[in-house]
Design a protein around this ligand. Structure first.
Ligand SMILES: *[C@@H]1O[C@H](CO)[C@@H](O)[C@H](O)[C@H]1NC(C)=O
Ligand SMILES: *[C@@H]1O[C@H](CO)[C@@H](O)[C@H](O)[C@H]1NC(C)=O
Ligand SMILES: *[C@@H]1O[C@H](CO)[C@@H](O)[C@H](O)[C@H]1NC(C)=O
Ligand SMILES: CC(=O)N[C@H]1CO[C@H](CO)[C@@H](O)[C@@H]1O
Length: 488
């Protein structure tokens, strides 16, 4: 009887030891962690016929673009030198349909493609009908032409001023929201196009003119085959088209694809970089807090408040080219054919108070004005994002151009965008499952360790019981009954 018990104790002890050895092997060599990482790698790599490639071509996550326009309430007074007063009108919401085509995979772990976006109006998510609603705003083609003749002589300017009035081109103009966004024929551009087609390639103008259904050039990305950390990373991007200045690719920050160099295993103390062609370079984001989106835990990364601050821009090397002067705005005229465009956060959030004070009707708000990205840290999947940016025009009076009156020099807000996306329910469920499985897999060593400890305790108590049985043969301890070992 005692030998049988001793054998059982030995067997249990061996199992316990086995558990400890397995635990050590699994944890020291990170075996399971590597398996999980391999799985993530497999799923993020872009390769022929993979689901990753399919989702990359036609991202399943719905993206919405919202436009908020600044209607100028006192254009006559502005020309007399008064402060500008604006009224925010919006949102006008469009669903973005994204599709990549001309996809070619190369042997050197790169892929080229073009990204097409089309915008479909969503009446139920908008304040009104963009064909009906009209707004008054600064005449951008006019400002562009003014800018180009700043250095001209008095006679030329006076002549042009007369020409402008013949063409009834004024500093401020009223258009429907649809025209303003998607294009209208401008009399000045039409004339320019007739006379100098090389300088004026088009007679139409709109902030997003030509952006619907077209692509914004060829992206060359890494497939992640060599180093999965590079999956989807943009290597080059070209073909910034001339008149679609602001419109071109505002963001691709959702779902890790070419907007960003996202990679798995995101850390809170490391900045993320997002490719942002509209400001001619990449943006960096920093960790803010933990958030939950559709049951998935994520890290929120935000554009630092000082994003457009002078010290920051200086440090990042923007300043010499972009001529920084005020905190909170970035002069991007250098990448917009010299048109004096300045970008900022909506309502100059986080910028110099002077910017806000100069314009009547600006109310910065942290909640609605900040750009953020919620990202699942283990896989690096972006699960919610909002990109918010405001476009402003630097305007000033020009001598001998009657249309500019006695206007103050100012940075006048024109429009702000809120491009946002949240993971769709189907992908959220899929991702949640994958994360659960990964977590369970990563817990396996600890379960094994727990089992080892339990078995060790059992064998120790059996050994203890065995010793006491030797002393007292009359007594049958409960544990022996349980294990069905008879002491007689
Ligand atoms: C890979 O090959 C393509 C096509 O031959 C080429 O355009 C690209 O520059 C190459 N990429 C790298 C990173 O060498
Ligand atoms: C963009 O193009 C799509 C399809 O070609 C069309 O349905 C949509 O109305 C267009 N959007 C705008 C803003 O013109
Ligand atoms: C904006 O920058 C350009 C050069 O990139 C410069 O010529 C221009 O004067 C700047 N505008 C202002 C208002 O600072
Ligand atoms: C979160 C999400 O939508 N995930 C998809 C993003 O794209 C990758 C491929 O790059 C897919 O595998 C995911 O399902």
């Amino acid at each position: 009887m005692m030998t049988r018990l001793r054998n059982k104790i030995a067997v249990i002890g061996v199992f316990a030891l086995g558990c400890f050895i397995t635990f050590v092997v699994l944890t020291v060599n990170d075996v399971l962690k590597n398996i999980v990482e391999d799985q993530i790698k497999e799923h993020t790599k872009l390769k022929l016929n993979s689901e990753a490639l399919k989702n990359w071509k036609d991202p399943p996550v719905p993206v919405y673009m919202q436009f908020f326009l600044f209607h100028i309430e006192n254009s006559e007074e502005i020309l007399q030198g008064k402060q500008a007063i604006v009224k925010e009108v919006g949102p006008y919401t469009y669903k973005e349909h994204r599709h990549r085509s001309n996809v070619t995979l190369y042997d050197n772990a790169t892929i080229t493609s073009t990204m097409h976006k089309s915008f479909v109006f969503q009446r139920n998510m908008s304040v009104g009908d963009p064909r009906v609603d009209h707004i008054t705003t600064v005449n951008i083609p006019f400002v562009a032409v003014l800018q180009s003749l700043k250095q001209s002589g008095m006679a030329q300017k006076m002549f042009l001023s007369i020409l402008f009035s013949l063409k009834s081109s004024a500093m401020f103009q009223t258009h429907s929201v649809e025209e303003f966004l998607w294009g209208y024929e401008d009399p000045l551009l039409k004339l320019g196009h007739k006379l100098l087609p090389s300088v004026f390639p088009d007679s139409r103008f709109g902030l997003f003119y030509g952006a619907n259904g077209t692509d914004d050039g060829v992206y060359l990305c890494s497939t992640g085959k060599k180093d999965y950390m590079d999956s989807n990373k943009i290597i080059t991007w070209n073909g910034q088209k001339s008149l679609t200045w602001w419109a071109s690719n505002t963001s691709n920050m959702i779902n890790g694809t070419d907007g960003a160099s996202f990679h798995p295993l995101i850390k809170k103390n490391e900045a993320l970089y997002i490719f942002a062609p509209d400001i001619c370079r990449s943006l960096h984001l920093i960790f803010e807090k933990d958030v939950h989106v559709k049951g998935i835990s994520a890290y929120r990364f935000i554009v630092p408040k000082e994003m457009f601050a002078i010290d920051y821009l200086n440090k990042e090397g923007f300043c010499p080219a972009m001529n920084c002067q005020l905190s909170g705005v970035l002069n991007i005229s250098i990448c917009k054919q010299g048109v004096p465009i300045f970008i900022s956060s909506p309502h100059f959030y986080g910028g110099d108070q002077k910017l806000v004070r100069d314009i009547g009707g600006m109310k910065p708000n942290m909640k609605t004005d900040r750009t953020f990205l919620d990202i699942e840290p283990m896989t690096g999947f972006p699960i919610r994002a909002a990109k918010r940016m405001q476009l402003n025009l630097h305007i000033e009076a020009v001598d001998y151009i009657a249309q500019t009156g006695r206007m103050r020099t100012m940075i006048l807000p024109v429009i702000f965008l809120n491009e946002h996306a949240v993971i769709d329910d189907k992908s959220a469920v899929k991702l949640k499952w994958a994360l659960q499985i990964m977590k369970i897999v990563l817990y396996i060593p600890y379960v094994i360790l727990g089992a080892g400890i339990l078995l060790l305790l059992i064998s120790l108590s059996l050994a203890f019981v065995m010793c006491s049985c030797k002393k007292n043969k009359e007594y049958t301890p409960v544990i022996l009954k349980v294990l069905n070992i008879k002491s007689h």
